[in-house]
Design a binder for this molecule. Structure first.
Ligand SMILES: [Zn+2]
Length: 332
C-alpha cells in the first residue's frame, strides 16, 4: 500500500488523504454527513492510489453515499482519478477549470512524453534536461489509460453545495496557479481544502497567473481563519504556512521583476535568486528549481502576452530549464 492511504481526520466527519506532496502527489478530501450524503474533494492520477482511496472511502460512507465530487483545478494530478468515484455522483468544478481540462494533454500523451523523457534523459543539452525533468514530474505514478470523466456541473465564482445538512462553500479564486483554481470551505469543521493555491514544504508554481490573483487568494484563505488548511501538496497546516506562501510570492515578484527589467534571461535570474540571502526562508522547501517554471510564466506576462493555460510545449520548455538547473546543482 502506498504511503498515506489511511484517512486523516481533519474535523468533525471531515477527512483528508494526505500524500507526500512531491510532483503529482496531491492530497484529497472527504466530507460526510452520516446517515445522509458525502462529498469528495479531488481525485489522484495514480491508478493504484486512486483505487486504495476509493476502498478506504467506501468504509467511511457506508450510510452516506458520495453524491458530489469537486475537482479544485485542471492539473491531471487532481482529477485523473475521476473514474474511481461512484458513477452516479455529480462532478463539480469551476467553468474556467472545465474549459482547461478539455484543453489539457490527455493522460496517454503525458505518459508517452514521460516515457520518451526517461529514454532521452541522459542526452546532454535541453532535450535531455527536459526529458529527465518530465520523468521526474510523473514520478512512479501509473496514469490512467484514457481521459477520465469530466465534471458535469460548473459554476463561475461561488456556489454553496449541501452535503446532507452540511454546507460547503466553493469559491473560484483563479486564474492563478491555473485558470480556474477553486477552494472548498467547510465552515462547520473549520477546514479549507485549498487545492494548489497552497503548497506546504515544497515550492509552488504559477502556470497561469497573474500573480496578484494568487496573493489575493492567499489573503482570502487567511481571512477565513480556518483551524486546518489542506494544501494541494504537503502536510496539513495553519495560517502561518499560508502566510509563508504569500511571502514567497512577494519575494519572487520583486526579485524576478528586477532581473526582468535588467534584461537577465529567466534561467540566469532563477540561478541568481536561489543564491540570494532573501531565498533562505524558502531554501528548505522541496523542488526549489521550480522557481524557473514560475519565471517562464511571469516573463511571458511581463512581455505583454496574455495570461493563458500552459500548453504541453510551454511546459516542455520550462521543464528543460528546470532540468538544466538540477543538472548544474548535481555537478557543483
Ligand atoms: Zn497539483
Amino acid at each position: 500500500m502506498s504511503e498515506g492511504t489511511r484517512p486523516t481526520q481533519v474535523g468533525d466527519n471531515t477527512w483528508a488523504f494526505v500524500w507526500s506532496g512531491s510532483w503529482g502527489q496531491a492530497n484529497t478530501g472527504l466530507i460526510v454527513d452520516p446517515g445522509s450524503t458525502s462529498m469528495i474533494v479531488d481525485t489522484v492520477w495514480d491508478v493504484n492510489r486512486a483505487r486504495q482511496i476509493a476502498d478506504e472511502t467506501s468504509r467511511l460512507v457506508v450510510d452516506a453515499p458520495v453524491t458530489d465530487v469537486v475537482n479544485t483545478h485542471s492539473d491531471g494530478d487532481h482529477w485523473w482519478g475521476n473514474d474511481t468515484v461512484p458513477a452516479g455522483a455529480r462532478i463539480i468544478t469551476s467553468t474556467a477549470s472545465l474549459h482547461a481540462m478539455k484543453e489539457e494533454a490527455p493522460p496517454r500523451a503525458v505518459h508517452a512524453f514521460a516515457s520518451l523523457g526517461s529514454m532521452v534523459g541522459w542526452v546532454p543539452g535541453p532535450l535531455g534536461a527536459m526529458g529527465s525533468y518530465m520523468n521526474r514530474v510523473r514520478g512512479g505514478a501509473r496514469l490512467p489509460r484514457r481521459t477520465p470523466r469530466m465534471p458535469t456541473h460548473t459554476f463561475d465564482v461561488t456556489e454553496q453545495i449541501s452535503v446532507g445538512s452540511r454546507s460547503v462553500g466553493l469559491r473560484c479564486l483563479g486564474p492563478a496557479h491555473t485558470s480556474g483554481d477553486l477552494i472548498a470551505h467547510v465552515p462547520d469543521a473549520g477546514v479549507v481544502f485549498a487545492g494548489d493555491l497552497l503548497f506546504v514544504g515544497s515550492t509552488p508554481v504559477v502556470w497561469h497567473g497573474p500573480l496578484g490573483n494568487w496573493t489575493a487568494a492567499l489573503d482570502h484563505l487567511l481571512s477565513l481563519d480556518a483551524e486546518v488548511y489542506v494544501p494541494g501538496h504537503g502536510p496539513l497546516c495553519g495560517t502561518a504556512e499560508v502566510a509563508a506562501v504569500r511571502d514567497y510570492w512577494t519575494w519572487v515578484e520583486t526579485a524576478a521583476r528586477e532581473h526582468f527589467d535588467a534584461g537577465v534571461e529567466a534561467r540566469h535570474a532563477a540561478r541568481n535568486m536561489m543564491q540570494s540571502r532573501d531565498f533562505l526562508p524558502f531554501a528548505h522547501w522541496g523542488s526549489p528549481e521550480r522557481v524557473v517554471l514560475s519565471l517562464s510564466t511571469l516573463y511571458r506576462l511581463w512581455d505583454g502576452k496574455p495570461a493563458a493555460p500552459p500548453t504541453l510545449a510551454r511546459r516542455a520548455r520550462a521543464f528543460a530549464d528546470g532540468g538544466t538547473l538540477l543538472r548544474e546543482k548535481k555537478s557543483r
